[in-house]
Design a protein around this ligand. Structure first.
Ligand SMILES: [Zn+2]
Length: 279
């Protein structure tokens, strides 16, 4: 009877141990399963972040390529800096040595480069059709004439008590130093209103200047020394000095608010790129 009882107890213990082992096994298996699942999830998430990063980099690269492409396409004009219309003459760029101008008379007493005579006549004629009275007050100047004008301006400053050096510097903002003035090229004219012939900033308020500033580009002329470009042109605001640059160039310069120096710099960047490609 006791033996039977003893066997019963042993069986119960055995069964309990089995149950405990089974629970433990299930527990361990669950942990192992969880671990494997978690590991997979981590790997998947790492992979996703790598993919996202790759995508991000690719998108950035694509955007940069598009931007580069856009910049490249920005040269939407055929002009080059060696075109005669774009001859740059300023304090740093003198009239080329031996530069020859073939002149043509306009408005009886003036002369300009014969290549700009027709568009100039057309512009003045169209302005007159609008009831305006434009008047050319300066056109082609010889180097000697430029020298005379410059000397007079220097003298004027000296009379006001400036030293020679100061007078020359100040005069150069009003009258180009001989050899650095556009009038010597025959490509520039000063136009005023017959009703107001003083060369000062008030010239911009005349109907003639308002019309010219709005329309001169259609004939290939650009206002050469705008008030907001003094730092670049190194010449004071001259709302009467028009320079022939050709219709396409004048249109581009007006649309993009560029003075001649800026426009030439803009064209140069493409030429430098082309040069680098050739080299
Ligand atoms: Zn001028």
């Amino acid at each position: 009877m006791r033996k039977i009882e003893g066997n019963g107890i042993r069986n119960i213990i055995h069964t309990n141990i089995c149950i405990i082992f089974m629970i433990l096994a299930i527990f361990i298996l669950t942990i192992v399963y969880k671990y494997i699942t978690l590991k997979k999830e981590i790997q998947a998430s790492l992979q996703t972040s790598v993919n996202v990063e790759e995508l991000y980099n690719t998108t950035n690269k694509e955007e940069a390529n598009i931007k580069e492409e856009e910049n490249r396409k920005e040269k939407d004009i055929d002009s080059t800096t060696s075109d005669w219309e774009l001859l740059l003459v300023n304090k740093n760029h003198k009239v080329p040595k031996g530069y020859v101008v073939e002149l043509e008379e306009v408005e009886t007493v003036h002369q300009v480069d014969k290549r700009i005579a027709e568009p100039l006549k057309q512009m003045l004629s169209d302005a007159r059709k609008e009831g305006l009275s434009p008047l050319i007050c300066s056109s082609y100047r010889t180097n000697a004439k430029q020298q005379k004008l410059y000397n007079n301006k220097v003298k004027e400053y000296k009379r006001w008590g400036r030293s020679s050096e100061e007078a020359e510097e100040l005069a150069s903002y009003w009258v180009a130093i001989p050899g650095t003035g556009e009038h010597e090229t025959g490509l520039a004219v000063d136009i005023v209103s017959e009703n107001y012939q003083i060369l000062d900033e008030r010239q911009e308020h005349t109907d003639v200047q308002k019309w010219l500033m709005e329309n001169s580009y259609k004939y290939g002329f650009a206002l050469r020394y705008p008030t907001d470009k003094k730092d670049i042109t190194m010449i004071n605001y001259e709302p009467w000095h028009y320079r022939y640059v050709g219709i396409d160039n004048a249109t581009y310069m007006k649309e993009h608010n560029m003075c001649l120096e800026e426009y030439i710099d803009y064209l140069k960047q493409f030429e430098e790129e082309e040069y680098e490609e050739i080299v």
